[in-house]
Design a protein around this ligand. Structure first.
Ligand SMILES: [Zn+2]
Length: 277
């Protein structure tokens, strides 16, 4: 039986079709990849303190980010679940948001030679489902977690916890305040609580592109920033202070702000397999 199966594999060419993994990126300076981790179809910007006519596009991009540093690799956010690829939006409406996913995070990483085993650190901006959809796949990395977020996320509903259950047993390094990931000031996790108790943003200092701050959900729509709005429920959280601190940091460090959920940002971004350095 086994022999017949092997013969069949050879005849159909399955055995020969094993894809070869691209070589892992080796860098002298920091590289930042922007990955397509899905789209949220949504039309109620009032939940973010904005009227419909104030927002250019109420849908949201869902990017993931990979930082390749000479000392290791950091994955920041894991996006919508890879299981959604090819499925219609009507099957996957969650909390009023339709989830659309065209390709897998795992496949996009493989295209640039990165497997889950090659990722040194996993960090999540926060634990909402559009940022943790594939977290279980990367639980073999060292998870850079904030205590307040871990407590918050594991107190959530079983459905939410299922998205990242494997992190409960991941090698975990708790971080606080500004955490310098590789010890040279080039990649810093910045504490920006409010949207969730342990929300964080990511600063990356690039040789050519300069400083970049990736917001997580400190902002969703660019109009929140230009019109000074925020989700009403966040007015009395840490969000106003976190935004003020990031704006001060942007000015002092001459950095740009990348609002991940902005479809205009994602449309114009240089996307993987290209990169910023
Ligand atoms: Zn989000």
């Amino acid at each position: 039986m086994k022999a017949i199966f092997c013969a069949l594999l050879l005849m159909t060419g399955v055995a020969a079709a094993q894809p070869r993994l691209a070589p892992a990126p080796v860098v002298d300076t920091v590289r930042l990849y922007v990955l397509d981790c899905g789209t949220l179809i949504y039309n109620r910007p009032e939940s973010y303190g904005l009227a419909r006519e104030e927002v250019a596009d109420t849908n949201m991009s869902v990017p993931c980010f990979l930082v390749v540093h000479p000392k290791g690799i950091l994955l920041f956010d894991t996006g919508l679940s890879d299981r959604l690829v090819g499925r219609p939006v009507y099957e996957n409406v969650r909390g009023g948001y339709g989830q659309l996913k065209l390709n897998t995070l795992r496949g996009q990483l493989a295209d640039i030679g990165v497997t889950p085993e090659r990722i040194t650190y996993l960090a999540l901006s926060h634990s909402h489902y559009d940022h943790v959809g594939n977290a279980n796949d990367y639980a073999g990395s060292t998870w850079l977690a904030r205590k307040a977020e871990k407590d918050f996320m594991f107190a959530g509903s079983p459905r939410d916890v299922a998205d990242y259950a494997a992190l409960a047993n991941a090698r975990t390094q708790f971080v606080s305040g500004d955490h310098d990931v590789f010890g040279d000031g080039s990649v810093i996790l910045k504490s920006t609580p409010g949207h969730t108790p342990g929300h964080q943003s990511l600063y990356v200092k690039l040789a050519h592109a300069g400083g970049v701050v990736i917001t997580g959900d400190l902002y969703h729509y660019p109009e929140e920033r230009t019109l000074n709005r925020m989700p009403p429920r966040e007015l009395k959280t840490g969000t106003p202070a976190s935004r003020a601190a990031i704006e001060t940091f942007l000015q002092g460090s001459h950095s740009q702000l990348w609002i991940g959920h902005s479809t205009a940002f994602f449309r114009d971004a240089r996307k993987s397999p290209a990169w910023y350095d």
